[in-house]
Design a protein around this ligand. Structure first.
Ligand code: NAD
Length: 486
């Protein structure tokens, strides 16, 4: 069985405890690899290494720019070697993983040039007799804590700007899908100085907690559940490290009667079924105008029945297994609760038997109608292929339903009326509101949530500065006055 240890100082490293965690292949329900179970000693070693590498990495912007371009080129050439590990680990469809990995180099390339030009700004103080300049300093060691759903893509959103800004990083991947991150870091070690990227594997409550508790960690960037986000923020409160939190969602898709129905159906399918609902921006609440509800729901049921389950390694597969057993159990339990609470199950709602994979963690694409805002299926993130549908009468109703959530990550409005788009979209309280579009993420566009979906933003024009601290330098241009004049 393959083993994935930590990556410290650019080398694969065994856990100090000698303990390993099994990683299960969710398509077959069997362990396929072991992952290092990191402890406090491993966390300390990873942070020490990142701290050692920091001064050299921070000092030379042009060298960072060249190294990040070299990393982007290496990823463009080598990404196919990383694909299988991620598919085995989290069961994601290979077609989707290939799409994400083919674009990995581009995230690093986007931020690389900025490394050489962090620059200084001349400020305009109100008072006379001084000149003030501002420049930018990296934090030092950053902890990047990632979830299991799209490990390498989400890591790129954190690493590319953090490294370009001159920080060094300790990555704590999910214990449920660490393999691709370990392989990526070993690949990156070919072109980056040792210690710039370290990987600490292990449990959140053990390795992750030890990492966040380390006072040498000067900033934490976390993507995961709101429960994890709360724990990490509480721990970082003790060390006073700032924390960016990219958390869950219960995103609404508002579908208006005059919309392009084919485009809307594509967007709904992309939002809830393409990643098995295991996407932070999953469009899991469908709010459809009454007059077209029957048609839209009918088309979605037909789609749910048509999608082809299969081995995630097969590029033709359309329904892959859920990523891991605890998550599968949670999704099945939430489906049961929705039934009990009176939602109408009109598609799926059951485990799928897929030939050749009797122990695979497959759940059929699932649709509930007659969902009310009191139900758990409306209020809580499932992170599975489960769509909760309700209808609206008018715009007020649509906006109120879309905003009836404690989350606020993403949402969409599907409409053929640009005035309606301009009225409805700005009233939706979410970090991202798409109009006649869904699920895109871009290095030039900020991503993040409001409310229970998190705090802070990734990507976008401010991404680099989010990994920098501003310093100002005052220069007196006239003699400094006597504080105790006669
Ligand atoms: P999780 O919170 O269980 O784990 C995320 C990471 O945090 C893992 O690496 C875990 O080991 C670590 N962790 C957990 N407890 C910790 C602690 N006390 N100290 C330090 N580290 C700790 O989340 P998950 O189940 O892996 O991911 C799914 C969640 O991620 C969903 O809620 C999803 O919506 C969210 N997500 C959000 C985004 C976004 O950009 N907003 C993107 C992808 C996923």
């Amino acid at each position: 069985m393959q083993r994935f240890g930590h990556v410290i100082g650019g080398r694969a490293t065994e856990p100090a405890s000698g303990r390993w965690l099994p990683s299960e292949d969710p398509a077959h329900g069997t362990p396929w690899a072991e992952v290092a179970q990191g402890c406090a000693a491993d966390a300390a070693a990873a942070v020490a290494d990142a701290a050692r590498a920091f001064p050299g990495w921070a000092a030379d912007g042009p060298a960072r720019m060249r190294a990040l371009h070299a990393l982007a080129d290496l990823l463009d050439a080598e990404w196919p070697t990383l694909v299988e590990a991620e598919v085995r680990d989290n069961g994601k469809r290979i077609a989707e993983v290939r799409g994400q990995f083919a674009g990995l180099g581009a995230w690093y390339r986007h931020f690389a040039d900025a490394a050489a030009s962090l620059g200084q700004t001349r400020l305009s103080p109100v008072m006379a007799g001084v000149e003030v300049e501002a420049d930018w300093l990296p934090f030092g060691v950053i902890a990047a804590i990632t979830p299991w759903n799209s490990p390498l893509m989400i890591l790129a959103w954190k690493l590319a700007p953090a490294l370009a800004a001159g920080n060094t990083v300790v990555v704590k991947p999910s214990e449920l899908a660490s393999a691709s991150t370990v392989l990526f870091a070993l690949l990156a070690a070919r072109v980056l100085p040792a210690g710039v990227i370290n990987v600490l594997c292990g449990l959140g409550a053990e390795a992750g907690a030890a990492l966040v508790d380390d006072p040498r960690v000067r900033k934490v960037t976390f993507t995961g559940s709101d429960t994890g986000g709360r724990m990490v923020a509480a721990a970082a409160g003790r060390t006073l490290a700032p924390v960016v939190r990219e958390l869950g969602g219960k995103s609404a898709q508002v579908v208006c009667a005059e919309c392009d129905r084919k485009a809307a159906l594509n967007g709904i399918a992309a939002g809830i079924f393409a990643s098995n609902g295991q996407s932070c921006v999953a469009g899991s609440r469908l709010i459809v105008e009454e007059s077209i509800a029957e048609d839209i729901i009918g088309a979605l049921v037909a789609l749910a029945h048509r999608l082809r389950p299969g081995d995630p390694m097969d590029p033709a597969t359309q329904v892959a297994p859920l990523a891991n057993r605890p998550h599968f159990d949670k999704v099945v339990a939430m489906i049961e609760t929705a039934r009990r609470e009176g939602a109408h199950l009109i598609a799926g709602g059951r485990r799928l038997d897929v030939p050749g994979m009797p122990a695979g963690l497959f759940v059929a694409p699932t649709i509930f109608t007659n969902v009310t805002p009191a139900m758990e299926i409306w209020r809580e993130e499932v992170f599975g292929p489960v769509l909760a549908v309700t209808t609206f009468r008018d715009e007020e109703d649509a906006v109120a339903l879309a905003n009836d959530t404690t989350y606020g990550l993403a949402s969409a409005v599907w409409t053929g009326d640009s005035d309606r788009a301009s009225r409805v979209a700005p009233r939706i309280m979410a970090g991202t509101v798409y109009v006649n579009h869904y699920r895109s993420v871009d290095p030039g566009v900020p991503l993040g949530g409001i409310g229970r979906s998190g705090f802070g933003r990734e990507l976008g024009p401010e991404a680099l500065h989010d990994f920098l601290q501003q310093r100002v330098i005052w220069r007196g241009t006239t003699p400094f006055p006597d504080p105790f004049p006669d």
